[in-house]
Each structure stands twice: as C-alpha cells, then as structure tokens.
Design a protein around this ligand. Structure first.
Ligand code: 7TS
Length: 416
C-alpha cells in the first residue's frame, strides 16, 4: 500500500511563500520543480531582504565610517551569528563567508592541505563525492605528494565501512566525505566517521551542500573539523556559501585568496594576516547575499528543520513507491530509510537527457547528466542518470505528475 504523506505544516501555504512556484512556464504548463538539489527556490522574505538591502542601506561593509556602512556591517555580522547558531558552532569567528561549497572546499585544500600534507600522507575519499569534494583533493595531493585512497561503496550505494581500518590508518590525514550524496541521496554517518578519523589523528572535512537544507546540523556534537555548504541550496541567493572550521584550524591555516580586508599590516615586501574569519575573506564579500542567507535561515527555522526532514522523508517514501511502479525503471542508491529526498534513476531504453526533455514539455523540471559525479557513474557503469530532487514545498500531486510524465515518455519511445 502506498502511504500518503501527513505534513505537520500547511504545504499549500508554504508554497505561496515561493513566488516562482505559482508560475506558468512559457509553454503554458504549471511548473513542477523537482530540481532542488541543483538549486533551491527562494521564499519571498529572502527576495524582499535583497531588495531591502539594496534599496535602503547598500554600502560596503567593514569600511564606511557612515550610517549606511554601519547598518550593512551590522546586518552582515548578524547573518554570521545566525549561521553560527544554525550549525551549532562554538564561536562566530569559525564562520567564513565564501562564494559557495566549491570555494569553501578549495579554501581547505589550499589553506590547510597544501600547508600541512607531506609525501605519503593520505586523503580518504569515496566514489560518491561531487567533483567539488574530489578534484581539489586531487590537486592538493599532486602539489604535496599525498595520495587519495577510496572507501569502497556497497552494492546499494552506501559507504562500505566493514573494513574501514584497511583504508583509515595512521597515514590518513583527512577524511573528505559528503553528508548526503547529490545522486544516490545516501546519508553518511558523519559523527561515526569523525570519531574514527580522530582516533587515527586525521581530520574530517564534510561536504554538507545537500544535507544542510534538509536536516539539522551540529558541528560540535558531530565533532566536525571542516564543513562546507552553499547558500543557493538553502533557499538563499547564489554567490554566498560558508566554510565552518574549528578556530585553531583557521588560525593555523594559510590564507587562500589575498587582497583587501584579509591583512593586518602590509609592507613593501611582506604582509601579516587579520584574524579569522577576515583572514579568509579577501576583497568585498557578497554581503547582500550573506544577509539574505541569514533571512533564509530564519525562514526555515520558523518552519523547523525537524518538521521539514520528516515531511521530506514521507514524500520521498511516497515518490519511491510510486516511481518503482514505472516499468523498466531502476532507482539508484540505498533504501529510502538511508537516504534523503533525492531519486536518481535510469529507464531502460531511454537516455536520461531525452527523458528530461520530454518531462520538461509537461512542465516537470528534473536534472539529467552525470551530476558532477563521474567516478560514481563509472562505478555504476552508466554515463548519466535522471534525477528528481524534492523539498518541503513539493507535493504528492507533483510526484504523481512526474510518474504520469514518465509513463507518457515511455509511450513516446514505444516501450512495452
Ligand atoms: N557538493 C555537493 C554534494 C553538491 O551537490 C554540489 C552541487 C556541490 C558540492 C557544489 O556546490 P556549488 O554550490 O559550489 O556549485 N550540486 C549540484 C547538483 O547536484 N546539481 O547541480 C549542482
């Protein structure tokens, strides 16, 4: 029997908070947005906050000795405090604003890995990582003589931790791992991995791009050393992201980008650095977007991340049950109990790009391709997959629409 979700909040009223969700597409179809893993839609309060900043007190931060500059700086630092509370970080200075997850991970690969790794050291990764949590480590390994080791995956797309001590050894200096796979949806046991990494003297760097918008995060309780995420997946604008790192790590790391704001003193031949987080925020930071990130956090905290997670899980369970009725479909990744609300799939006899094109004609927006996870697709022996990703603003009716559109696509391809 297919279980219909029982949301503990009014989904229709939440949908009205997101102006784009009531739009009709140029072909006249209502939008069914199932691509939140690529980027989330924005609630009106976030859009209005951007306008408020730009209309009322736009001014560069940490510079102006005038009222506008003071206001903007206060708003920016309030947003940093909201991020600190949201992640459960001890100190507000552990929150570095970046342009996104990719930039945050590159910051660690440059500022920490290139400084501290030595030939023969190991970085432990795995094949489900997004390229953003893989390629920076490949480059850092090349620069330092360190090597990448891979935790194997189980047949159903989870980390195979049964022989972890073969991979996680005293040579391991960093475990780089996603909290939630952007393709398989797999949720990884971050607190356990952190404990085991620390037991051999390694640090853990968590790619939380997909997990932060969908379940509560606590960097202290999980003992996380580095954590990266993007604002645009958290109902905030593009151009803003966060790196959390423990204070002592930030103090000992080298800066990544150099220029204004990140210095203490500049002389003709050398410079000294400002304290973190300024040390890692060279130039004009995306302050308007950072303030809007704070508003996005307020918005989802009002709804409650636990309630969001609960509803998304129910909706994902419903979607898995409905989708698995489509003949010839193979849903990638583990059982719904071990994953977030992401459904990647392949349909026998149809290329994912053709599928997404046909779905798009029905107004259903999904993603197709390798989703920046080529090693994972190699491992699965496929070149691409289709992906529907859900958020708390999606409904069972939209999942039904996806299934209908898939059935119609199969007819177009004359599949039996
Ligand atoms: N890590 C994960 C797990 C991701 O899903 C993404 C983006 C990134 C890192 C990079 O984030 P960015 O904001 O720096 O680009 N993932 C996707 C996706 O799955 N489809 O489009 C972007």
């Amino acid at each position: 029997m297919i279980s219909a979700p029982q949301p503990t909040f009014d989904v229709e009223s939440v949908r009205r908070d997101f102006p784009i969700l009531s739009q009709y597409l140029p072909n006249g179809r209502p939008l069914v947005y199932l691509d939140t893993a690529a980027t989330s839609q924005k609630p009106r309060v976030v859009i209005e906050k951007l306008t408020e900043c730009l209309e009322q007190y736009n001014s560069n931060v940490h510079r102006g000795i005038h009222q506008l500059g003071d206001r903007m700086t206060t708003e920016l630092e309030n947003a940093r405090e909201k991020v600190q509370r949201f992640l459960g970080a001890k100190d507000v200075n552990e929150i570095v604003f970046t342009s996104g997850t990719t930039m945050s991970l590159n910051l660690v690969a440059h500022g920490w890995a290139r400084k501290f790794l030595k030939p023969g050291d190991e970085i432990l990764v795995n094949a489900m990582e997004h390229h953003a949590n893989l390629v920076p480590w490949q480059l850092a390994a090349k620069a330092t003589g360190a090597v990448l080791k891979y935790i194997p995956l189980t047949g159903d797309g989870r980390l195979d931790l049964s022989e972890l001590d073969l991979y996680l050894t005293s040579r391991t200096k960093l475990v780089a791992v996603t909290a939630m796979s952007n393709v398989l949806g797999t949720i990884n046991p971050i607190a356990d991995l952190a404990r085991q990494a620390h037991a051999v003297g390694a640090l853990i760097c968590v790619d939380a791009a997909q997990s932060v918008p969908h379940s509560p995060t606590d960097v202290v309780a999980s003992n996380i050393d580095f954590l990266a995420f993007s604002g645009h997946k958290l109902y905030a604008p593009t151009g803003i992201g966060v790196l959390y790192a423990r204070q002592t790590l930030l103090e000992n790391m080298d800066p990544f980008l150099a220029g204004g704001h990140m210095i203490r003193e500049v002389h003709e031949q050398s410079s000294t650095w400002a304290d973190p987080p300024a040390k890692f925020e060279a130039g004009t930071c995306p302050f308007v977007e950072a303030v809007a990130l704070g508003t996005a956090i307020d918005y989802i905290e009002t709804l409650g991340l636990n309630r969001i997670a609960e509803y998304e899980h129910q909706l994902s369970t419903y979607a898995h049950q409905r989708l698995s009725q489509v003949p010839g479909i193979r849903i990638l990744g583990p059982d719904v109990a071990h994953k977030g609300a992401i459904l990647s799939f392949v349909v026998d006899g149809v290329h994912p790009h053709d599928l997404s094109d046909l779905l798009d004609r029905e107004g259903v927006a999904i993603r197709a391709g390798h989703h920046c996870t080529m090693p994972l697709h190699d491992l699965l022996n496929i070149t691409s997959s289709a992906r529907a990703s859900l958020a708390f603003y999606n409904t069972t009716a939209e999942v039904d629409k996806l299934v209908e559109a898939l059935q119609s696509a199969r007819k177009v391809f004359r599949l039996k």
